[in-house]
Design a protein around this ligand. Structure first.
Ligand SMILES: NC(=O)c1ccc[n+]([C@@H]2O[C@H](COP(=O)([O-])OP(=O)(O)OC[C@H]3O[C@@H](n4cnc5c(N)ncnc54)[C@H](OP(=O)(O)O)[C@@H]3O)[C@@H](O)[C@H]2O)c1
Length: 243
């Protein structure tokens, strides 16, 4: 077990990549706090973690509520008995009611507030706790859209995540805190309008198919473990046609 006894927070863990990371961490021996906007949506994730014999704390938390960052992180640290790992996974690509117009201010605000502002302040809050411990791991879920020409609000938000991860990685490394990101290409989740039973095929991708959430989770375990002890401020891309 590579994360035995570690205390981890995963945002946006009700489904998709966040849920897969949560379960992979539990398998590696971590106790988890998991968030989503609605606590009931976390029931399945919580059940899986507990079946693996690990502690699981659901927290209803919209990551846009940055005024709650300090209290939520303290609450999670107290519930778990520490905070070793934070995974900023919560993210959106479109408005709940699809609105593809890139000049729509509501679309810009919604995406930036969740993908970048929420992530930024959670990183800053977690860094304060981890500095006291002189140790910690932060993993940001970016996207391959953060590494290529990206004229959409989503792409701009993910460029922000990649740049912030690089800067924060350098800033916090002397404090014993490692910050890195993962930049997946298309993954078979609801975000991609993929549902169980749908085809995995995607001929333009190097693997000829979408990545699985569990494949992203494997990289998250690597970044959370001592196996990546010298990796700082990087974004690891997966199965992307872009580069
Ligand atoms: N799927 C892909 O192809 C792909 C590729 C590259 C990067 N990514 C990134 O990977 C991350 C996860 O994506 P996914 O595909 O797993 O998406 P998903 O299936 O749509 O899941 C998104 C998760 O984020 C949560 N969430 C959304 N808005 C939130 C908010 N305001 N506060 C708290 N939680 C919120 C959702 O929970 P609730 O809705 O229950 O609150 C859900 O748990 C995102 O950052 C995404 O940009 C995805």
């Amino acid at each position: 077990m590579r994360l035995k006894g570690k205390k981890a927070l995963v945002t946006g863990a009700s489904r998709g990549i966040g849920r897969a990371i949560t379960v992979a961490f539990a398998r590696e021996g971590a106790d988890l706090a998991v968030t989503a906007r609605n606590a009931a949506s976390l029931d399945g994730t919580i059940q899986e973690v507990r079946q693996l014999g690990r502690a699981a704390h659901p927290v209803a938390w919209d990551v846009r509520a940055v005024s709650q960052v300090e209290s939520r992180l303290n609450q999670i640290r107290d519930a778990l008995g520490g905070l070793d790992i934070v995974v900023n996974n919560a993210g959106v690509v479109r408005l709940p009611k699809d609105h593809p117009n890139p000049t729509d201010e509501a679309l810009w605000d919604y995406i930036m507030d969740i993908n970048l502002k929420g992530l930024y302040f959670i990183c800053r809050g977690a860094a304060e706790i981890m500095k006291e411990q002189r140790s910690g791991i932060i993993i940001n879920i970016a996207s391959d859209a953060g590494l290529r020409a990206a004229p959409s609000p989503y792409g701009v938000s993910k460029w922000g995540v990649v740049g912030f991860t690089r800067g924060l990685g350098k800033e916090l490394a002397p404090h014993g805190i490692r910050v890195n990101a993962i930049g997946p290409g298309p993954v078979a989740t609801e975000m991609m309008n993929w549902h169980p039973g749908d085809s995995m095929e995607s001929p333009t991708l190097p693997l000829g198919r979408y990545s699985l959430p569990e494949e992203i989770a494997g990289v998250a375990v690597f970044l959370a473990s001592d196996d990546s002890a010298a990796v700082v401020g990087e974004t690891i891309t997966l199965n992307t046609a872009n580069s």
